[in-house]
Design a protein around this ligand. Structure first.
Ligand code: GLN
Length: 309
């Protein structure tokens, strides 16, 4: 016969075995699960997902590591981890990506904004555009460039063009989120055929076009290849095809002293540079991204009278 005291100890042990694991324990398991699935930066991913679920940051996880994880949250965490282990991008699971200090909604409908694309915003803001200058973003996607510019320069008159009506829904949502929707004119249409009334009217054209070659696309990480819209990344076999349309289109939209700023693919600076010259651009410069890769094309249209000599 067991004594009452023995029974209590035993019951306590059973109860504890079935008790919710602590936040710290669950995190440790999650890290190994993601590592086993081959997810890069498993720890960071496991932490960011759990922090989002708990409404805290990574430091907060450390502070709360001994607290039990409530079963309802544990279940939701499990779902998040399963998606991430299946190589769904972290940003799709969180529904957001930061760009130029602003949080953008992202999902399958748009390309996730990349940090190197912030270089286009830097280059645009460095131009010292006149007050109420007109700017258009060709292939706006999530709207990250258009919205960041509209937030940074409240006087600009901004437009965004995209061939995907679904992407435009996301772009409009992001413009509302940052309270610039009344200042951005989003339109559906193809880069090669922008609205007639924009012709010759723009002080600045920006674009992060699909410049990945078909071959490079095949070798991309599953997060990118299987989840970013293919048409936001690839325009043809070499990756240069898009510039053959984009450069003349941008040239046609610009005022005589206007500037075109575009993101370009690694190693394409001389090819894109000569396409820009062929399209009529005068001063052509390519600036490096944070890794030193030539990334941001800055091409000045140049006054017509000089062009016609
Ligand atoms: N640099 C992006 C990538 O990695 C490509 C973006 C683009 O095509 N505009 O995947």
């Amino acid at each position: 016969m067991r004594s009452a005291a023995e029974r209590v100890v035993r019951e306590d042990r059973v109860r504890r075995a079935g008790a919710a694991p602590s936040i710290g324990q669950r995190l440790t398991e999650a890290i190994s699960a993601l590592e086993n699935a081959g997810v890069p930066e498993a720890r960071l991913n496991a932490e960011l997902l759990l922090a989002d679920l708990l409404g805290t940051d990574r430091g907060g996880l450390l502070v709360r590591r001994r607290e039990p994880l409530k079963p309802a949250l544990a279940e939701r965490y499990e779902v998040m981890l399963r998606r991430r282990a299946g190589r769904e991008p972290l940003q799709h699971i969180l529904g957001a990506q930061e760009f130029y200090g602003l949080s953008f909604r992202v999902d399958r409908r748009v390309l996730i904004p990349r940090p190197e694309t912030e270089g286009l915003v830097d280059a645009a803001l460095a131009l010292d555009l006149p007050r109420r200058a007109r700017v258009v973003d060709l292939g706006t996607g999530s709207g990250c460039l258009a919205v960041a510019l509209a937030v940074e320069r409240r006087d600009l008159r901004v437009a965004g063009l995209d061939c995907s009506p679904e992407a435009l829904e996301v772009a409009r949502h992001n413009a509302r989120r940052h309270a610039v929707d009344d200042r951005i004119d989003f339109r559906e249409g193809r880069i090669a055929r922008p609205p007639e009334e924009w012709r010759g009217a723009m002080d600045l054209v920006v674009s992060n076009p699909p410049y990945v070659s078909e071959q490079d696309w095949n070798g991309l990480e599953p997060e990118v290849r299987d989840h970013d819209p293919r048409e936001a990344l690839v325009a043809g076999p070499t990756g240069l095809e898009v510039f053959e349309e984009l450069l003349p289109a941008a040239f046609g939209l610009l005022r005589p002293d206007g500037v075109f700023i575009a993101e370009i693919g690694c190693g394409t600076e001389s090819a894109v540079g000569s396409l820009a010259a062929t399209a009529g651009f005068r001063a052509i410069d390519v600036r490096p991204d944070l890794r030193g890769i030539p990334r941001v094309l800055v091409a000045e249209r140049g006054a017509d009278r000089e062009a016609r000599t």
